[in-house]
Design a protein around this ligand. Sequence first.
Ligand code: HDE
Length: 703
Amino acid sequence: MSKAKSIHRTEKAKQDNDPAPASGSRRAPGGELHQVAGGRHPVLTTNQGLTFSDNQNSLRANPRGPTLLEDFILREKITHFDHERIPERIVHARATGVHGFFELTASLKQFTTARVLTEIGVKTPVFTRISTVAGGAGSVDTPRDVRGFAVKFYTQEGNWDLVGNNVPVFFIQDAIKFPDLIHAVKMEPDRGFPQSATAHDTFWDFISLTPESMHMVMWIMSDRTLPRSLRMIEGFGVHSFRLVNAAGESTFVKFHWRPKLGLQSTIWDETVKISGADQDFHRRDMFDAIAAGNFPEWEFAVQLFTQEQADKFPFDHLDATKLIPEELVPLKVIGRMVLDRWPNNFFAETEQVAYCPSHVVPGIDFSNDPLLQGRLFSYLDTQLSRLGSPNFHQIPVNAPQCPFANHQRDGHMQMTQPAGRVAYEPNSLSDNSPRETPKGFHSAAVMETGEKGRIRAEAFADHYSQARQFYLSQTVHEQAHIASALVFELSKVEHPHIREAMVGHLIHIEKDLAKRVATGLGLDKMPDAAVAATPVKKMAPSPALQIIGKMKDTLMGRAVGILIADGSDGAAIRKIKKAATDAGASVKIVAPKVGGAKLADGTMLAADGQLAGTPSVLFDAVAVILSEKGAQALSMEGAAIDFVRDAFGHLKAIAVDQGGQALLKTANVGHDAGVVDATDSKAFIAAAKTRQWDRERSIRTLA
Ligand code: HDE
């Protein structure tokens, strides 16, 4: 350590040393940046602009004496630090946020006056925040959980927040149940665990007593809640909204985001291991993609329907536990969203962004969905406690990017200084104070009749038909994953009556599913079916609800790992790498040492990851290129054995040369169509674009 950097600084050392780096520096009172002698860095100051000479030592009564209360510099710095966190979101605390733009490709002029949905080609800036729901801000990226999908459109008519999820339905039908749902899913209050998991008693207790959740249960037990990448998830506005046109006519609309890379999920065992290998798996994936210029993109689509159409649906579209199958109302693609800019500062943007479903623009309005109606209250309220002030709209990430003005004044952390004596409307004293405009937001003129009361519509009573439709729409592999997830989760539940009650619900969804779960749980007899309020309807399967059916035949956005060691064949490595890169994958070399391996031709190849810290769960497919000696050395390495075992166990393609083959043998890894010779890069790429679904039955017990 240089003398100048030592915390035991002498006066001489202080003079030799540059001050601390520029971050957080402010302009000095005179408006000039203080410059040090070398002129390279601004001078460090307090928040009041005071320059100071020592940022390493607090003020002490003598070199070995007590610290003095007088040290206002220490106190300012520590006080600020002590308050660096704001209350984290009660739900959706853990997230990744990215800037980008939305571009309209087809106009909805016939249906709405909203310019963001009528002006083709205009690029509207957005800030998109994708989150998990149950875990705290520091929890892992990959629990089994719904993903929030919130988009703030900074339109020229004000901010429009579309605050959705990656699942098109929700657990409950009425906002009044939301605090109970969240209390049930969050860590149990007496013990403080589990963090970010549904696999515990209070969650399943609540769910087993809430039949309306059964459709959502099918979605969360599917691999939709185990996304491979945030770039490979769909997004849904969930509720029906209204579009209102210039004539004041309204049309119902559901909003959808569809990822350009297609859908892809991981499987449960893989997810669990990813959590250990990289807690920031999704955030890092998004960060790396954006840094590499691989900007994630989604199509924006709408389902439009009239009241007359809705009256004929075999469900109530105001019920957020129901979706409108694409086969019933097709999706119309009207635009795209590209995320292309990582925030400058995580706290300022991703943490402070405040979404509210009530943020709409003229031409977009709400439906009577009772869940949405509750959300219109909740989000503004939560921002007040989270951000501490009604002026949260002044924080840059929340501020509209169009002019905004009104007579609201003052309050905590007010950043503007309005001039003049008029702060009210109407007024006759000011010609240029803001006034209402007929072109502004109008609520749709909707006739309401009926009795007031705490009454749920009869049409909301069918809790099983769409759950059944979802289950029956899945491939056999996906059905097995749903059944196995239910067995896993309910096996973590300590109270047998909760397990039995859940199986009682599954009977209505699909008898075979109930049987599989009952067998998986070791129930000695089938429990009674739950009481169903209405008979279960037969609905045609909707293949659009699958994940496997929506995987894209590409390696774009995917990653391939090549395991090498001293003596590996450089030409074989290059061949596989080129084939994978040409197919769009990113490729990483994994070696026992991060410095790399000495190849057969004597050259060194640097590694992107060290074997112990770069397991195969981080890749979509792997190649193992080893010399005989290399294979021998790795046969003693647990991490190498796990590398190939897990790749096989997670149904991935594996390309091997002779040495690689030897390692597979040591690891007792079998052979199938997904294990290919490294010389056949075409076969490898074809296998890498999918998972070897048929392999699964041979390696693990599925329910
Ligand atoms: Fe939320 N939800 N929610 N929610 N929600 C919040 O608002 C709430 C619901 C969703 O990235 C909170 O700013 C109620 C459905 C997302 O910042 C809070 C109900 C859907 C985000 C809140 C629901 C969502 C939130 C917590 C039942 C999908 C994260 C922090 C009526 C359509 C937004 C905050 C972000 C966040 C309340 C149900 C999506 C407490 C009362 C349904 C994506 O206000």
